[in-house]
Design a binder for this molecule. Structure first.
Ligand code: MG
Length: 406
């Protein structure tokens, strides 16, 4: 028979510390069980359930909830196919977990118990605990204590400094053979009410428990400030608003061709009347090249030289506005939208002012965005350097992209 591993998710805690802290905040309406707190626009509980739903070694999940929240828990659990039961908690954590363990299917060999308020548990940690149970019979994730620990009396008087080498702070999921856990509960009877985790139940009943390596990210959301930490642990920092924003930088420079070469001067997709054009494989539109690189940079798609290599004859004398259009098509395929583009052109001559509006219109057309999202500046180089000596034109561009996170 295949080994069945089940999870008891402890969601009954009233989270008194959380509610107390919120009670001092301005929005008292959120002073509810922390499992319903919003994390990346979903209830915290859903993140925790998803971690176990997606884990290949977990076959069944029992959720233990507070009496007044069973209906809400059942509605939430409908989206998670592994949840086989939602049961009522008891007067203490240990009693609640006991109810959950007894609701696991009898073919369940290994049982894990996890705090619903630890949403950032990783798949690797779940695997490590299951592995630990197979080797040692019972395993709990633990971390070394980094702060110095003092033992104090009721008046906060320090009595001793506790050597911390042999101390571990423990987390969940805690795992054991289901039969061991059930017999420990039976043996201890009402004593379990005073025990704060499953390891303590097992220890008290004489079962050996081993520590496996825990994770800093697997924090328990206890106070409102912990939600921000959990968001960071889940990589949701920019997903809180449901979108992701990125910025890219582009720079390009082209030298002027000799006047006899008869090259046209193209800047920002506009042909500028001037006696010399820029040297280049394409139309050498230095501004569009910088804008393309800023866009590709923001999207993490490399650069214009990779996309349109000048060793490829197909790109000879091409209009750079086509490059911009192709870059935009690639952005669209990845669902990026252009928020804004800021451009600084460095040229001693010709003067850009008379062509600015036309350039912005051309750029807006190529980028398929409103002209108000484009800012175009030009400066001379005060006669210094290659720009100052009128040997060429340089251009900087910064682009910001945004996309929804699914
Ligand atoms: Mg170029």
């Amino acid at each position: 028979m295949t080994r069945v591993t089940g999870l008891v998710l402890a969601a009954a805690g009233r989270g008194s510390r959380f509610a107390d802290a919120l009670g001092k905040c301005q929005d008292p309406s959120t002073g509810e069980n922390k499992i319903w707190a919003s994390l990346g626009q979903r209830p915290l509980l859903e993140w925790t359930l998803e971690a176990f739903q997606d884990h290949p070694e977990i076959q069944t999940i029992v959720v233990v909830g507070a009496a007044g929240e069973l209906n809400r828990l059942r509605t939430t659990a409908e989206a998670f196919s592994k949840v086989s039961a939602v049961v009522r908690g008891g007067a203490s954590r240990a009693e609640s977990v006991g109810n959950g363990l007894r609701a696991l299917p009898p073919e369940c060999e290994i049982a894990l118990v996890h705090d619903a308020a630890r949403p950032a548990v990783s798949a690797a940690l779940i695997s490590r605990v299951i592995e630990g149970v197979r080797y040692y019979g019972a395993a709990v994730p633990g971390l070394p204590v980094s702060d110095t620990v003092k033992r104090v009396d009721a008046d906060e008087r320090v009595h001793e400094t506790v050597p911390r080498d042999s101390l571990r702070t423990v987390q969940t999921p805690q795992g054991a053979r289901l039969s061991d856990l059930l017999s420990a509960y039976e043996r201890l009877g009402s004593v379990v009410a005073s025990l704060t985790d499953e390891a303590a139940v097992l220890e008290s009943a004489g079962f050996p428990v081993r520590i496996v390596e825990g994770e800093e990210r697997n924090l328990k959301v206890t106070r409102p400030g912990d939600l921000a930490k959990a968001e960071a642990a889940l990589g949701l920092v920019s997903e809180v608003q449901g979108s992701e924003t990125r910025t890219g930088l582009g720079y390009d420079v082209h030298s002027f061709a000799d006047a006899e070469a008869g090259r046209e001067l193209w800047l920002g997709g506009v042909r500028i009347p001037y006696d010399r054009g820029l040297q280049g494989h394409s139309d050498a539109d230095v501004m569009l090249h910088a804008v393309c690189d800023a866009l590709l940079g923001a999207a993490g798609m490399g650069d214009i030289g990779v996309l349109f290599p000048d060793t490829d004859a197909a790109h000879k004398n091409r209009r750079s506005i086509e490059f911009l259009e192709e870059v935009c098509a690639r952005l669209e395929a990845e669902e990026w939208k252009v928020v804004n583009v800021d451009i600084t052109l460095l040229a001693e001559a010709p003067r850009i002012g008379p062509h600015r509006t036309e350039m912005i219109a051309a750029l807006a057309g190529g980028l398929q965005i409103a002209p108000s999202r484009i800012n175009l500046k030009a400066t001379t180089s005060e006669k210094m350097g290659f720009v100052g000596r009128r040997e060429g034109i340089a251009c900087w561009a910064v682009a910001t992209l945004v996309r929804r996170i699914k």
